[in-house]
Design a protein around this ligand. Sequence first.
Ligand code: PXG
Length: 443
Amino acid sequence: MSAQPHALPGHDLDAFWMPFTANRQFKAKPRLLARAKDMHYWTEDGRQILDAVAGLWCVNAGHCRQEITDAVAKQAATMEFAPTFQMGHPIAFELASRLAKLTPPGLDRVFFTNSGSESVDTALKIAIAYHRARGEASRTRLIGREKGYHGVGFGGISVGGMVNNRKFFGSLLPGVDHLPHTLDLEHNAFSRGLPQWGAHLANELERIVALHDASTIAAVIVEPIAGSVGVILPPVGYLKRLREICDKHGILLIFDEVITGFGRTGKAFAAQSFDVVPDMITTAKGLSNGAVPMGAVFAQRKIYDAFMQGPDNAIELFHGYTYSAHPLACAASLATLDIYAREGLLTRAAEISPRWEQAVHSLRGLPNVIDIRNYGLIGAVELQAREGKPGARGFEVFTQCFEKGVLVRQTGDVIALSPPLIVEDKHIDQIVSTLREVIGKTT
Ligand code: PXG
């Protein structure tokens, strides 16, 4: 028997324990999506919804692209699964080689996973094992950042900096420290593109090194642009400074590009947009256009090479997933890369971003709007929290936008925007005019 009345007859919503969702609230008033094409979803009752968040930052080429659908269907009928432990299948190698051509110089070794969380935990483990392979086994500490999001594995929540993702889950990894976050409305509110103030916050890494000693630190992991927490941009010069300090102390720098990878910032990777080369890049989402779960870690060749020692018959890295380089995911990703290349999508955000910036900043001056942030095809509108009710105003704006046919993403009182990279002017206009109407009416 169902515990809750359901708004849509014929659906029993009880069994699915929904992720990162207010289950009881949702099940009392569900929002169910039924199909999708290009820039749009359609609800069960046939309403068209403009997707202003690429699903969940993943459908970069737009929904239900025929080419991807066909590639996955063909692969499913040819060989639906093949192991990659002591075995291989050709499109896994083909995909890795093609990806290695998109990454910044040197990052041409690819480890496949099935999600961003797995990519993060993989990269952290590789970092620690890399130092050990080089005879520096004391380097085990991991440095993350406040307000960072690195998925939900124990490694990811340990280096992550979102309190609700951490506090319920007991002991996290030991030997983790955090840099301060870079969000500062007092100095940077309504910056267009990267904020000018705050590069010096990277110097906090020197303080952490002085406290623990470099010989204990394996890696620093940051999102070049933090997404989940409500979009936090790196101040001009900040990431370069982090790179310099890591180099000085022999610390690996990991960029978590699960949302910034695959064109979101106007180049294939944010590392290229910001001209900073990390030692590893973690990815997922846009890698396969969200069509089949897939993640990947890109590592500098020197990292891979450090493992390639000992007898030839020895397994070099005791890590991997049953579904690493799953054939359906490889097929989806190869077709996705074809679309990205043919339609110029990996650089399209750079072309549209002036128009996008102007559009999202036109919301300045509306009631309760305390900041607007943008870079590439990312936008965020931060609303003043209601007294004693954090997140309530943001949730209302999110649900009202959905009622009016636009899907945005809400984190607390921040509305985040990350449309598919095929977005056109008319869609940008609809996103912004809907937000203007809704925010204008929200008390
Ligand atoms: N790292 C980063 C930087 C992410 O943004 C993950 C890791 C984890 O990926 P998986 O595939 O394990 O979920 C993410 C995921 C949001 C939102 O609202 C963002 C993510 C997931 C869900 C919601 O911004 N990012």
